[in-house]
Design a protein around this ligand. Sequence first.
Ligand SMILES: [Mg+2]
Length: 379
Amino acid sequence: MLPIERIEAIPARVPTIRPHHLSFATVDAMDVVIVRVTAGGIEGYGEASTIGGPRWGEESPEGIAAIAGHYLAEVMLGQDAMALNAAEDRIARAVRGNYFAKAALCMAIHDVVARAKGMRLADLLGGPLSTALPLAWTLASGDTARDIEEGERMLGLRRHRDFKLKIGAKAPEVDVAHVSAIARAFAGRASIRVDVNQAWDEPTAARWLPALSDAGVTMAEQPVAGWNVPAMARLQRANPRLAIMGDEGIATPQDAQRHVTEAACHAVALKPAKHGGVAGTRAVAAIARTAGLGLYGGTMLEGTIGTLASLHLYSTLGEYAWGTELFGPLLLRDSLATTAIEVRDFAIHLPEGPGIGTGLDADKLEHFRTDRRRTLVPA
Ligand SMILES: [Mg+2]
């Protein structure tokens, strides 16, 4: 028995090393929520992050802090952290939706239990199938020459050789020219993928995906709206050389099942935040693997704490045909964790435990937390 004594959800804002341009927002800082669970005098940590607030999905840092720190805390205080399945079930039933908040608390409870047992989170989850997962990088400076320069630097450092380009904000012909130039620059040396983040309609995607494929792009993530599963299926059928990946459209196991039934994609982006925790992520991964869809270890650009929680979980789920994009900490100028992620030979490596394998830097959290600064001032 390990009764949960305290649950805190603390919002913080950490600046990025460069502006990150996506179809729906440009961010120069990441808004995260750190969830700290205390049980038996031991602390465990979880993290949720949003990209530009409630723009990628429905959840905002303020909402996540309120749901995790109030509504979910209410039903979890005094409960046995060791009863992980019961805890996750209780969290799932306590409020509707709000998967990011649920996932952050779920990961914190798993972390506290792993620390109490003195083992790595991955070992608590049955043990890793691999201790190093391929790590992609997103080229999203908004400038072709700067992206190529950045990609060359990453190759030289042996940090990344899979590059994802964020497109959809500009005219498709501009985007395709940008992607083609980068694909030419890295031909035979790195893989090039794109993420449209739902920005195109079906005719636009039908017209431009073949051009991207011809340019050497191997995977196109969420080219159309997440709800438009029939369009995803038609686009996948029309572009068999390209793996279309479901991201925004695949949150619940039911979403994953529908994509399988309708043959709507060849690849699935996992994110514990989308799936609401460990059980949801396992379910989505199992459906994808059963149907022969390639797995991708996605990110909401969490800092080190959320990234390591995802890494431990991902390491137990199987092969990653498309690798992972667990590079969030590398995009941040500072860290709320006491150690850095280990990246070498184009992979992110599982740290030794206990728990997620890092600690919370209380001074940094104090510095970057946003809930004590109420006045918004122009940047
Ligand atoms: Mg995506």
